[in-house]
Ligand binder design. Structure first.
Ligand code: ATP
Length: 229
């Protein structure tokens, strides 16, 4: 069984590869179900998890990037379709998704279908991302439903709504027929879990059990993370 953290779980070239970026501060079952259901619903060969190093879109996380990376490794270990990419955490510069996609394109070649996985809340903010129009040249985008965040053009900024209307496809099988450029959405089990909620519970010395894997919760407790509001 390939170990998490290596890239030996790569799919065959024809199978789209999911790319799942996030702060994962900490990783929780909402993230894990998103990745798991994306594999099944979108026919992905695997999902490469990309914990962010220094997120450009938000304040400084409460734990180190290395600790967030370690929690993602613990959460994804044992799933042969998941691999973890530490490059953003190890980079000195801020992590912009467009740079990561350019790197992966160089690594995997022009024909490999790549699918950027994002929750509906993250997708709604996509037009604020660095060089965002280029993302569609580099990858497909798959938007998962998330409680409280509708996936519809009317709730998107105008420039993103235009791309959404032009690129949206209802058949995920089309993700295999091109390397990049489509937008699909998929309905996942709705879990109103957020890292913010987990951090708040832990800071107030309340139980976060059953919102995230026990291995991750054990790591948090051993390292005394998220104690401060
Ligand atoms: P925070 O509460 O700190 O903002 P978060 O729980 O939203 O964190 P992130 O690491 O910011 O987690 O999210 C990474 C990706 O996972 C984003 O694309 C986000 O939309 C998605 N995501 C996070 N939680 C869920 C959830 N419960 N259901 C669906 N998608 C989710």
């Amino acid at each position: 069984m390939p170990a998490t953290g290596t890239f030996s779980a790569f799919p065959k070239l024809s199978e789209p590869l999911g790319l799942f970026g996030g702060t994962f501060d900490p990783v929780h079952f909402g993230h894990l179900r998103l990745a798991e259901e994306a594999v099944a619903q979108l026919g992905l060969g695997g999902v490469r998890w990309l914990p962010a190093g220094q997120p450009p879109h938000r304040g400084q996380p409460q734990v180190t990037a290395g600790q967030r990376l370690q929690m993602v490794r613990l959460a994804t270990a044992g799933n042969p379709r998941f691999s973890v990419d530490a490059a953003e955490v190890e980079a000195a510069a801020p992590s912009y998704t467009v740079h990561t996609l350019e790197r992966l394109r160089r690594e995997l070649g022009p024909a490999q279908p790549l699918v950027l996985l994002v929750g509906a809340d993250a997708f709604a903010g996509l037009s604020g991302w660095h060089r965002w129009p280029e993302l569609f040249r580099l990858a497909h985008v798959a938007v998962s439903h998330r409680p409280g965040f509708p996936v519809e053009a009317a709730s998107l900024p105008a420039e993103l709504a235009g791309e959404f209307a032009a690129r949206r496809q209802s058949d995920p099988a089309l993700l295999q027929t091109a390397a990049a450029g489509c937008i699909v959405s998929f309905a996942m089990t709705q879990l109103a879990i957020s890292a913010t909620q987990i951090r708040r519970l832990l800071a107030n010395d309340l139980s976060a059990r059953y919102l995230l894997p026990d291995e991750v919760l054990d790591y948090i407790q051993v390292h005394s993370l998220y104690r401060n509001p």
